[in-house]
Design a protein around this ligand. Sequence first.
Ligand code: M6R
Length: 608
Amino acid sequence: MCGIVGFSGKREATPLLVEGLKKLEYRGYDSAGVAVLDNGKIDLTKVKGRLANLEEELKKTQSKGQVGIGHTRWATHGEPSIVNAHPHLNEKKTIAVVHNGIIENYMELRKWLGEKGYKFVSETDTEVVPHLVDYYYEGNLLEAVMKAAKRLRGSYALGVICTEEPDKVVAVRKDSPLIVGLKEDGNFVASDIPAVLSETREVYLLEDNEFVVLTADGVEIISEDGKKIEKEIYHVTWNADAAEKNGYDHFMLKEIFEQPKVTKDTMTSRIMLGEDIKLDKINLTKEQIENIQKVYIVACGTAYHAGLVGKYAIEKLARIPVEVDIASEFRYRNPIINDKTLVIIVSQSGETADTLAALRLAKSRGARVIAVTNVVGSTISREAHDILYTWAGPEIAVASTKAYTTQLIAMYIIALHFAKNMGTLSAEEIEALKKDLLAIPEKETEVLEKKEEMEALAKKIYKEDDMFYLGRGFDQAVAMEGSLKLKEISYIHSEAYAAGELKHGPIALIEKGTVVIALATQEELFEKMVSNIKEVKTRGARVISFAFEGNTDIENTSDEVVYLPKVNPLFAPLVSILPLQLLSYYISIAKGCDVDKPRNLAKSVTVE
Ligand code: M6R
């Protein structure tokens, strides 16, 4: 997630911009830059890497200007590099733009602007904006930004400066956060409150499609139809630490609640009704897809669990055999790989040592490799043949939540894409599934309303020593992930099993009061699952079932039932994992554990 800071005032802008950006570091970034208006020109400084590098470079620029914009970039379109870093300029270098979000129709706009003679230097979606503003600029920056914004689809917070109007920063937001900070000697615009807290506690919270004009003397807020908006000043009473977490107590909780947004983001510009699935970094042809004899999905931890869902989805929809492997096993077991093998490597960080080694092995044996990763420019993204980026934004809590759901989306997108190319589903069937998938973010929002229910449930079971997670089909894959979440952050021992496996051994462990989490979302397997629940129930288990609304029969065999909004069972993992994440979170809280930094674990495992 990128960070934006802008300033217009009676003080030097550069140090204020850098200090503001430092307060946004928690959002994650891989490059940074500032643009300051000074003596009729834009002083632009951009670096790859940390803000310390930017501070070094800025010593050379020595801009004294009092109006500017700054940015930390978390790469999505194009690798982390100086050229892709923001701010981006128009060709005449009279307009500079910083952007947070994703511009869905940037390809279309790039083409349109290209035909008008505009030249692009970066791979970013953002670069269309300075050119669009340039195209519409007729002496009024606000009007030009308003006209440009009308052409944009997607999510954006923008900060814009222009040499022709050297006292102003113009900004706008749509589906991406932006606030205004007010002070006597200057005004700020920023992605988040911490960026301005050391300067002011008086802020305006902007709504979608509100435009702002900042000058040293004031702030004007204007609606998209040009009307002035009077806004109440919001006085910030909390500290910067709470602000970084957006008011949530922990990053994990914040990230759980970000899932509807990032699920939507990861589908953005890839899945649209009535259009082909667009995967700009997967270049496999129809013939190459038809020639695949075997798919391996290789990953570790949570990413491996996403792979389990991928196997069910690809085999069900595209009818290609899939094997899911733990990377540390795959790399040493001499797997059977040839040029008809496709290997899908899944890794949030893109740096996990075993996963990277698996990728290298697969490539050396002639396999085609697709990377599903969240980090643009990561080693895994650089070494794979094809990439599907998850757009989860930086994940800070060690326990993966939003990265997992976006990995699931990636799995479904690949499955649908392959199904189309393999001809295993009709165009109508694919369209219907796309519609069901696009409806998921709304259902996720509904499930998150179960927060209190999960908190109450956690208080009843947090003293347990052992728990079991059971499911069949897709539910079994989710059971694995639910169980891992519990282990990681609450240190409660838990096991996940395919429900049908129980009687082959593990049922011996069930005794009076043993907590069993039973997932029962799969229609075709519902009765079988109910039988498995009865098996543990008659042995004294305390069963907490998760089922779709309306499946009330399950109440006869369960101690408690958590109802989930109905979705296509194929996509059930996207909603059923959310309450399990919340349950683990609240159990961890009840036990007084360190939720965001659980013992013995690291966010990125770069050693074997
Ligand atoms: O960065 P990666 O996706 O490659 O990481 C893989 C695992 O280390 C990771 O998913 C780990 O299991 C998380 N702690 C799970 O919450």
